[in-house]
Design a protein around this ligand. Sequence first.
Ligand code: PEP
Ligand code: MN
Length: 353
Amino acid sequence: MELESILLPGMDHKRPLVIAGPCSAETEEQVMETAKALASKGIKLFRAGIWKPRTKPGGFEGVGAKGLAWLKKVKKETGMYVSTEVATAKHVFEALKYGVDVLWIGARTTANPFAVQEIADALSGVDIPVLIKNPVNPDLELWIGAVERIYNAGIKKLGVIHRGFSSYDKKIYRNLPQWHIPIELRRRMPNLPIICDPSHIGGKRELIASLSQQAMDLNFDGLIVEAHCDPDNAWSDKEQQITPDILDYILNLLVIRDTNQTTENLNELRHQIDEIDNQLLELLAKRMRVSREIGQYKKEHNMAVLQTGRYDEILKDRVTMAEQMDMNGEFMKNVLESIHEESVRQQITVINQ
Ligand code: PEP
Ligand code: MN
């Protein structure tokens, strides 16, 4: 792919490229107040959702085309560039009519090749940066397919946004980062800029700083962060929006390490970790097999499963060894206790057979 930079004139070349603004444009006042505060912090590219895809009907579905006039005002009064999400050909035409500088395709849209193709056709002959969010499901080929459709329409200023992947089992994150997927995308398309969306990955304010740092440590090119002048009263995604002041604080604390550690090296190291974990699992399984044989012996000789003397000896010996190998003794003790517990469980099963 012959790509061109997504940076517009006047935008900084150093990492991270920051896109910030509210999840949704709500009112002209909210848009202008947020935009002015962000511009005063040096943000060059404003974001605001005009059309909001909602999981269920009844939620705030965006103000629609009238919000585009507010974005035009943001450009005029702050000098920032503006961006919004498009999901249909009509959105593309309307956004372009109002001079929106950068368009992005949302996660739900990327998951639908018909919708992406419709947008691609609408973009034919247009020369603006387009950012493609990952599909909601962890399918790298589908993500790449969307990139190819937009590229084939003639868009050369292309980038992607990593916003995490939905999962039924929500624990820490709203959308699981599954970092290996954008890393593999980087390996396959090294020139394609990757922007991280810590707001939609984390789903909560507290996670934005650490996710942003992680993205920088993985050599991502930029961040798209939801910022709102009054996050607690936002009409959408209020738990994850932060004030322009907090955003500025988070950005100032970021450590940008520009090392030679390439994604390829990282991938290689991760493969080694996978390999070692496999070996660990195989060794553990082998240990359990031997342990079951001991269980069989204990059963035949009417011995108790738990032989405390032997266990204490193992603990002491292995903890000392671990310390000599630069590992924390307490850590090793915990590992051994867990292994021992499972071992005892397996022996009891054998004895009760
Ligand atoms: C958004 O950026 O506000 C949005 C709707 O994100 P996503 O498409 O990642 O869910
Ligand atoms: Mn949002």
